[in-house]
Design a protein around this ligand. Structure first.
Ligand SMILES: [Zn+2]
Ligand SMILES: [Zn+2]
Length: 256
């Protein structure tokens, strides 16, 4: 049994805090895990309001080396004394690569995080296990990985921004687990434009194609998305595949 709670996302109901970023809490087979930490550490306050005790998290993972997913880990480490954070080694390098190109806003993680908290990060490329039934699967982007949970409904693939492409990621996961279907994908799809959540960064036909590929070709039953998907892309996907689209907001709870 997997129970997912969105601890922070770009939107939130009145009693919770929103920020650009994503953090998911997992209750999997009675154990507590964390995927990502948002940008600032505010997800800790949301966890308190939602009754989730972050000091009990046993292990954590970083989906990829971007600041809107790793920036809150200092706050997490102050709250939680034991959980290691499993990340790919290239997550440390993403910031340096970004700053090498002055035309790009650095999206990478502040390198101080990895030096100050070196003892809390466990860096390896994988595939490896976060726990029995809970897999970390690297994808084609050097610093990115999916968290894949085996559930009674099938696999639940969590990938916070899907920089490698949501359909590619699901396709590869299906190849690695040929006897199990992908029941759900959870995360942002990186379709937003440069001017904020109201903008679209790709051609509309690309969004329609992605939702068709996920729902029809790859037979994903639930597409749970928010964060860097953006509103126009979400609306296009809702028109294309209305039956299987679920929005992610701060505080959203999903059970599989
Ligand atoms: Zn990202
Ligand atoms: Zn992101």
């Amino acid at each position: 049994m997997l129970r997912l709670t969105v601890l922070i996302e770009n939107s939130a109901p009145d009693h919770l805090i929103a920020e650009h970023g994503l953090s998911l809490h997992l209750d999997y087979e009675g154990h507590s895990y964390l995927l990502d930490s948002g940008t600032s550490g505010l997800f800790v306050r949301n966890a308190d309001r939602l009754g989730i005790d972050l000091s009990r998290v046993e292990r954590a993972a970083l989906s990829h080396g971007h600041d809107d997913h790793a920036g809150g880990f200092s706050a997490f480490f102050r709250r939680n004394q034991q959980a290691p954070v499993l990340a790919r080694p290239a997550a440390v390098q993403a910031y340096l690569e970004d700053t090498a190109d002055p035309s790009r806003r650095p999206a990478g993680v502040d390198p101080d995080l990895f030096t100050k908290w070196a003892g809390r990060f466990d860096l390896a490329d994988g595939p490896r296990l976060l726990a029995p039934g809970l897999h970390l699967i690297p994808d084609a982007v050097s610093h990115e990985q999916s968290l894949v949970a085996e559930t009674a409904h099938g696999l639940v693939v969590m990938n916070s921004c899907c920089h490698a492409g949501a359909a590619h990621i699901v396709h590869e996961v299906r190849a690695l687990f040929p006897t199990q279907k992908v029941h759900a994908i959870v995360g942002g799809f990186h379709l937003v434009g440069k001017t904020g959540m109201g903008s679209l960064g790709v051609a509309p036909e690309q969004v329609r194609l992605l939702s068709r590929r996920l729902a029809e070709e790859l037979e994903v039953e639930q597409i749970c998305t928010g964060h860097c998907t953006g509103h126009p892309a979400f609306d296009l996907m809702a028109q294309q595949e209305p039956g299987c689209l679920i929005p992610l907001h701060t505080g959203t709870c999903l059970s599989f």
